[in-house]
Design a protein around this ligand. Structure first.
Ligand code: NAD
Length: 262
């Protein structure tokens, strides 16, 4: 299937590693020009170099997505140097684990800034250009927690739901402009984030990382964690010209972890 993405521009947020990097790689393989950002410079540089090795143009911008001025700088570079953004993939590091009483008011605000405000500000930056060109794809990395909250992740469970409400409403507003808005919900996927969560659970329960990973795997019908590239393939399809009639959806890539019918 020709995804029709060659020569278009994608902005992939938080793409120095993990799911964001896998998405950037997949879109680079489709011939897209890229803008990537993350906080840590060495990892961002290395990521940009390996994407360039796939033969694509990459702009890397060091940015903390929880800061609106940093997000504005990312957008400015994307528009200034690539002429606009056709595909936006919103993403950021996940909020800390822990039960309600472990999180201060400031921790809540920080999580909202990182995982909700960053989505809103990225969209605010790219939408005028997409409307003008009457084509665009907005894809948010959320979580299986939207369908089935995950124990010990109250910050993530709450904020992903807010992103989903935002996206579902925006989808209707921008559909007349040929812009789709969808969410992809990763299940347990082999990245540093999952390693960190397993470590946090292991310390709380006095078990080991291996025990925690095995416990999750036993809840997944596929019997294993996902690979970042399996997640990225779904994002690439939703980004494509072929995915022109799917909008407002939340699609799991979770090896069957969500047990509900819809
Ligand atoms: P990861 O920790 O492996 O990578 C996170 C990336 O985000 C890194 O590139 C990091 O530099 C960047 N980042 C973090 N905070 C940032 C900030 N404030 N500004 C800019 N960049 C920032 O995580 P991942 O597994 O790739 O997860 C990506 C998202 O998907 C997270 O929100 C995570 O909670 C969510 N998610 C992941 C899984 C999973 O199993 N991996 C499951 C459900 C949801």
């Amino acid at each position: 299937m020709d995804l029709g993405l060659h020569g278009k521009v994608a902005l992939v947020a938080a793409a120095s590693r993990g799911l964001g990097f896998a998405v950037a790689e997949e879109l680079a393989r489709e011939g897209m020009k890229l803008v990537i950002c993350a906080r840590g410079e060495p990892a961002l540089r290395t990521a940009a170099q390996s994407l360039r090795a796939l033969g694509t143009q990459v702009i890397e911008v060091m940015a903390d997505l929880s800061r609106a001025d940093d997000v504005a700088r990312v957008i400015e570079r994307a528009i200034g140097e690539h002429g606009g953004v056709d595909v936006l993939v919103t993403n950021a590091g996940g909020p800390p684990a822990g039960p309600f009483e472990a999180h201060s008011a400031e921790a809540w605000h920080a999580a909202v800034r990182g995982n909700l405000d960053s989505v809103v500000e990225l969209v605010r930056g790219v939408l005028p250009g997409m409307k003008e060109r009457r084509w665009g794809r907005i894809i948010n990395v959320t979580s299986i927690a939207v369908k089935q909250p995950v124990d010990n992740l109250i910050l993530s469970n709450s904020i992903r739901a807010a992103v989903t409400g935002f996206a579902r409403t925006l989808a209707n507003e921008v559909a007349p402009y040929g812009i789709t808005v969808n969410n992809v919900m990763p299940g347990y996927t082999a990245t540093q984030r999952v390693e960190d969560l397993a470590q946090s659970n292991a310390s709380q329960r006095g078990t080991s990382v291996e025990t925690e990973l095995a416990r999750w795997e036993s809840q997944i019908p596929m019997g294993r964690l996902g690979e970042p590239r399996e997640f990225a393939a779904m994002v690439a399809f939703l980004a494509s010209t072929r995915a022109s009639y799917t909008t407002g959806a939340s699609i799991p890539v979770d090896g069957g972890w969500i047990k509900g019918l819809l």
